[in-house]
Design a protein around this ligand. Structure first.
Ligand SMILES: [Fe+2]
Length: 295
């Protein structure tokens, strides 16, 4: 029986998993050979287009090549750019969009990061996320059987502000999609505070936001069809953290001046709704942190 063959991992990457939480991930090599992928997407974060003293244009074109390669070789339905597409420059959003992301051969969706500055000047082409991308910075979209929720955790133009997601808006989205086969939530800033309960640095840190962030996580963890949460912002993290019954994934970074190996995360949903996800260390053409979540 397939389930019996699964090797249940107790604490792989123990430092990456909250202690004492039940871990139900199985080894992805246990997938039945005839499994078919129903929905395949990528999450890439932290391009930091325009950051001084970095080869930001080259790194961006390289990412476009990696993603188009995924489309060409394995098929890819959509790309999520999980925040910090740019680096403290509202005009960079337009250059990035028109000069580089226009070369992507898959649909993409942009989540606002703390370094993505919009312009306070009314009438500016970058006066809001809506003005740049045609959709707001809090947004839910239906893609086939699945719903993807993208939540803003940033200030319009101040890089060091890390916010909790708008829980009232989020609650409404989750309620209105309670019958979806699965919900994927993309949030640039980690909602758990810096180094709390074994979590990594760079989460929310203001006292008020810490309380709100924990409430957001509690909501995500008590909503049965939330399948996974994806964070950007931390350029060093490529793994998974567990809280409650929920998995929170990181995907390193594709640009910027610091961090680990550059790359992105792939998520594959199979016809039986099992989910496999892994990090692609694109610099070395290697895969890591591969896990399966049973359907
Ligand atoms: Fe960030």
């Amino acid at each position: 029986m397939h389930c019996a063959r699964r090797q249940f991992l107790k604490t792989t990457a123990a430092a990456s998993l909250t202690a004492a939480m039940p871990v139900r991930w199985a080894d992805a090599t246990d997938l039945a050979p005839d499994s078919k992928i129903k929905f395949r997407f990528a999450v890439a974060s932290d391009l930091h287009y325009g950051q001084p003293a970095t080869p930001f244009a080259e790194m961006t074109d390289e990412m476009v090549g990696w993603i188009n390669g995924e489309k060409r070789t394995k098929g890819l339905d959509v790309l999520f750019l999980n925040g910090d597409l740019t680096h403290d420059s509202s005009s960079a959003l337009l250059t990035l969009r028109d000069k580089h992301l226009s070369k992507l051969q898959v649909p993409y969706h942009a989540i606002k990061g703390n370094h993505d500055f919009v312009d306070a000047q009314a009438g500016s082409p970058t006066e809001s996320w809506q003005a740049v991308w045609g959709y707001p910075s809090n947004r839910a979209i239906v893609l086939g059987d699945f719903v993807c929720i993208m939540a803003d955790t940033t200030a319009p133009a101040k890089a060091d502000v890390y916010l909790a997601a708008d829980i009232d808006w989020l609650r409404k989205q989750l309620a209105s999609h309670r019958d979806a086969a699965a919900i994927f939530v993309l949030i640039h800033i980690q909602q758990r505070a810096h180094r709390v309960d074994g979590w990594p640095p760079h989460g929310v840190h203001d006292l008020n936001e810490k309380t709100k962030g924990e409430a957001v996580m509690k909501l995500l963890e008590s909503t049965p069809n939330v399948r996974a949460v994806f964070h950007g912002h931390n350029h060093l993290e490529t793994g998974v953290y567990v809280s409650g019954e929920r998995r929170y994934f990181f995907d390193s970074h594709v640009g910027g001046s610091w961090g680990g190996k550059r790359g992105y995360r792939i998520v594959e949903i199979y016809e039986d709704h099992r989910m496999v996800t892994y990090q692609v260390n694109a610099q070395d053409d290697a895969i890591s942190h591969r896990h399966e979540l049973p359907g």
